[in-house]
Write a protein that binds this ligand. Structure first.
Ligand SMILES: [Ca+2]
Ligand SMILES: [Ca+2]
Ligand SMILES: [Ca+2]
Length: 507
């Protein structure tokens, strides 16, 4: 939890790598947590905007499993009986989740794997049944329901094997199968941390020279080795094209970020200018090959980074609204370019989602209005049809106009709907598709006549207008919207507007 910012960031933003012409722009949202929890951390996200991680209490530190959705809601997931420190590690497109928890039996603490259905039912408390396991964890689930992780205690010839090894299976079936080791010495270990929907997993194992090397596993375990000149390496993520992120460590103890791709092999990921001697870790990868991770110049300093378009960005430099929060790391990036990050401010540490910023231009007309539109607050809602996220704000038009163009930035992306309405105007919706960092345009013309603001022009609007009839608007204590056209009086012209839109219902 101790994440200090003491490293001067004078070089950030001065990266000289060739690549994209425009700087990506991101918006940050802290993920909500229960008032019972102080800190939070995110571990994984899927392509429909669901995030998993933990809410954490302060004294003592205890970890509770969370699933967040982009509609702003969260669920504290069911915890196995007797479990402590329950952590979801991965979520797939179907909303299925895997992770681990700790349980203490007769004074000994065991770690065990767990999986949750999309309905929040913790399905498997006895993962690795038949093993005498003290340590088991599920680390990854693919969109095709492959599960990978690690565990010890496989019973071989009647006795448990205490060496940690990779395990894999599918969401629906038991038991989980062991992957074995690269070598058969007493210190052998293997672990799997991520899997793609073709069933190819990535992880780390000790080889016959005692080095940690990057491994893949589909039908059997195989080594990718280590980048030339490095002492050890560990795999961190794999995408659908089977590219891998990994980190390699020098004899001097510096860790460098790499990608491995089929037919190419290892490629080092760029560093921020002037930081070549500092350690980096690449943690998460999307299908386009974008990666996220962190720079840690000392064991206590962390700065989140994004690799995209052949260059690197410090996340602090490309997030528009982070306020007092610094972005100390990023765990994964999905195919929409959304990033789960850890953020720190003095005394606190919270999980956040970073989303690409898109732009929408709305050409807006308030029908049948000649008054001062700046006095009429309206609602504008941009809804992301993929994630359910609703970007809601109030708007007002300039004085003495009933028509204007409003340009707003939004984290909504892909197929979206734009709604505007409120006061005496019916809500109208228009579809728009927003490519990442792109822009779109909609035209909305809002019918007038909804005196009581229930988004329909009905007899009740007629009754209210009748009650206010022939009065100046400044004498109407409760309902100035009876003056539909904004000329200051409730007259026959307002009746005509209401009549012409009678029985209409807003979107
Ligand atoms: Ca990933
Ligand atoms: Ca109405
Ligand atoms: Ca009027």
């Amino acid at each position: 939890m101790k994440l200090y910012r003491i490293f001067p960031l004078i070089t950030l933003g001065l990266f000289g790598a060739a690549g994209i012409a425009t700087t990506p722009k991101y918006q940050m949202t802290l993920l909500p947590i229960s008032p019972l929890h102080k800190f939070s951390a995110a571990t994984d996200l899927n392509d429909v905007g669901e995030v998993v991680g933990t809410g954490i209490t302060e004294s003592p530190f205890q970890y509770f499993p969370y699933r967040w959705k982009m509609d702003g809601s969260y669920t504290i997931l069911q915890v196995p009986a007797g479990a402590a420190d329950c952590t979801p590690r991965s979520i797939n497109a179907q909303g299925r989740i895997v992770g681990d928890y700790k349980v203490t039996i007769n004074g000994t603490t065991y770690q065990r794997g767990v999986r949750w259905s999309s309905e929040n039912f913790a399905r498997t408390f006895d993962l690795l049944s038949g093993w005498q396991t003290t340590s088991a964890s599920l680390k990854g689930i693919s969109d095709a329901d492959h599960i990978v992780g690690d565990g010890n205690g496989e019973v071989v010839n009647g006795s448990p094997d205490q060496r940690v090894q990779g395990v894999r299976g599918t969401y629906a079936e038991k038991p989980i199968s062991p992957t074995g080791f690269l070598t058969q010495d007493a210190n052998a270990t293997s672990r799997l941390v991520a899997v793609n929907s073709f069933g190819t997993a990535v992880g780390t194992a000790r080889d016959s020279q005692g080095r940690n090397v990057v491994i893949r596993h589909k039908n059997s375990i195989s080594t990718l080795g280590v980048p030339s000149g490095y002492q050890s390496a560990s795999g961190t993520d794999i995408n659908e094209p089977a590219a891998v992120t990994l980190n390699a460590t020098t004899s001097g103890g510096r860790t460098d970020p790499f990608r491995w791709t089929t037919g190419v092999g290892f490629t080092s990921l760029p560093k921020l200018l002037g930081t070549n001697n500092l350690s980096y870790s690449a943690l998460g990868l999307n299908d386009a090959g974008e990666a996220v991770g962190y720079l840690n110049p000392t064991p206590f300093e962390f700065y989140g980074v994004l690799w995209t378009g052949g260059t690197i960005h410090a996340l602090d430099n490309i997030v528009a609204n982070r306020g007092a929060w610094s972005i100390s790391g990023a765990t994964d990036i999905n195919n929409r370019g959304e990033i789960i990050a850890s953020t720190v401010s003095p005394g606190n540490s919270r999980a956040a989602i970073l989303q690409p910023v898109q732009t929408v231009q709305i050409d807006l007309t308030l029908e049948d209005f000649i008054g001062d539109a700046s006095q009429k607050l309206l609602w504008l809602v941009i809804r992301d049809l993929t994630t359910g996220q609703a970007d809601t704000r109030t708007i007002s038009l300039p004085a003495n106009t009933s028509q204007t163009t409003i340009t707003v930035e939004t984290p909504c992306q892909g197929p979206c709907e734009v709604y505007a309405g409120g006061r005496s105007w019916l809500f109208q919706a228009a579809p728009v598709t927003l490519s990442r960092f792109g822009s779109g345009q909609v035209t909305l013309s809002l019918p007038n006549g909804d005196v009581d603001s229930d988004n329909a022009v009905t007899i009740f609007d007629y009754i209210q207008l009748s009650a206010d009839f022939d009065k100046p608007v400044d004498t109407l204590a409760l309902d100035p919207d009876s003056d539909l056209d904004g000329d200051g009086w409730v007259t026959v012209f307002d009746y005509i507007i209401l009549s012409s839109n009678f029985d209409r219902v807003g979107d």
